[in-house]
Design a protein around this ligand. Structure first.
Ligand SMILES: Cc1ncc(COP(=O)(O)O)c(C=O)c1O
Length: 410
């Protein structure tokens, strides 16, 4: 019925590669398999107690149950500006340069809806967190890809980045208006230095484009690395906005709280579109989020330590199992090159076989873009005991797969 009606926007969204692995995971579980799941960036464990208690206390008050403020209650926006001041010594106006969002994914997708005109072009490095690219497709815009260049320690190769970016500008059939950057990067874990932001702000002013920076993993860093913010560059607010989320730092992924700050014109557009689309998060969640940002921060260090320990266990045990994985300075992921003998499978087939034969779920790199296909992403969301179990399963899987590899490669 009504088969002649096509939904063009839906046609621009490809089938989610991760859905394929997800369905296989469910089917294995239904058969009774104990799947060890490293596939999603979904923190395990609850939000800290003091934040949960604030939610309970605030939800007991009847006046907190009505519609809230779509751009976030003032106290939360103030807490966001205090967070930036404390952390980066950046001054922000809570009214005009700050907007609280229902997680940073919602904020990002609606920002793009608000600012993109049909046919507008954006440059998004590949691989990418999928919404970074597809938000533009949903908004009627287009994406000019460029390869994200990095070394074996997952440091951004700055010169190569700007070379690739300039090439993307030359190759694009209309001049790009937006460039998306995300460091620490999902899925590759790549980190950048402050100098990168200085260069890209200067380029944005010269070439006239906006920069959208996502620092979702800013807090989850190891070995003394500190995540820089684009907004510390003098004049960055003329050309840039930056987003952050409470999902990762405070184990609040299901609460849906994030924010976008910076350039008034972009923040204003997001505030306006949100005023048409939503009534804001449940007020008690916003009050508890205020406490998360303003309150004790030991929990953030605890979660970071947990990811660091897990990273070490994965690297050590998977290495013993025959899979060499490089360490990283940031994020809750490892970007793991597929063992040489099995690279011919491609990341989707490798991930499927790992799931069926070793009962270990990972995200295939191809789901993040064509330049991700030699890798899979391991999210450090299983405890150390289960990581060790995964390594045992992988050892058997790799031994068998390597034995058979020459035959399959023929
Ligand atoms: C780079 C990046 N940005 C944004 C998000 C979205 O987080 P949330 O919508 O929970 O704030 C994620 C989630 O995994 C992410 O990896």
């Amino acid at each position: 019925m009504f088969n002649e009606f096509e939904f063009d926007k839906m046609r621009r969204l490809p089938k989610y590669v991760f859905a394929e692995v997800g369905e296989l995971k469910m089917s294995e579980r239904r058969k009774g398999a104990d799947v060890i799941d490293f596939s999603m960036g979904n923190p395990d464990g609850p939000a800290p107690e003091h934040i949960r208690e604030k939610l309970i206390e605030a939800s007991a008050k009847p006046h907190n149950h009505g519609y809230s403020a779509s751009k976030g209650i003032y106290k939360l926006r103030l807490a966001i500006t205090n967070w930036y001041k404390r952390r980066y010594d950046v001054d922000l106006d809570p009214d005009t340069e700050t907007v609280a969002t229902m997680g940073s994914k919602e904020g990002y997708a609606h920002l793009i809806q608000a600012i993109v005109n049909p046919g507008d072009m954006a440059v998004v490095p590949d691989p990418a967190y999928p919404i970074h690219a597809y938000a533009f497709a949903l908004a009627g815009g287009n994406v000019q890809k460029m390869e994200l260049p990095y070394d074996e320690d997952f440091n951004l190769l700055e010169d190569q980045f700007f070379h690739n970016l300039e090439k993307a500008f030359q190759d694009s059939f209309v001049k790009p208006k937006y460039v998306v950057v995300n460091f620490p990067h999902n899925p590759t874990t790549v980190t950048c230095q402050q100098s990168f932001y200085e260069r890209i702000v200067a380029m944005a002013k010269k070439e006239r484009f906006y920069i959208i920076s996502d620092i979702a993993y800013a807090d989850i860093t190891f070995d003394g690395y500190k995540t820089p913010s684009i907004l510390t560059v003098p004049g960055a607010k003329d050309v840039a906005v930056e987003s952050f989320t409470l999902s990762k730092s405070y184990n609040m992924a299901g609460w849906r709280v994030g924010f976008i700050v910076g350039n008034k014109k972009l923040v204003g557009a997001l505030q306006k579109i949100k005023s048409w689309l939503d009534y804001g998060m449940f007020t008690p969640i916003q009050i508890a989020a205020t406490i998360a940002l303003d309150g004790p921060q030991e929990c953030v260090a605890e979660f970071t330590d947990k990811y660091y320990r897990r990273q070490k266990v994965v690297i050590e045990t998977f290495n013993q199992a025959g899979w060499a994985i490089r360490p990283t300075k940031a994020s809750m992921f490892l970007w793991a090159e597929i063992p040489q003998e099995l690279q011919h499978l491609g990341s989707l087939e490798f991930a499927k076989r790992l799931l069926v034969e070793a009962k270990v779920a990972v995200s295939p790199g191809i789901g993040f873009g064509e330049y991700g296909d030699k890798y899979v992403r391991i999210a450090l969301i299983e405890n150390e005991k289960r990581i060790r179990q995964a390594a045992k399963n992988i050892k058997t899987f790799l031994a068998q797969a390597k034995q058979n590899a020459p035959k399959q490669a023929q």
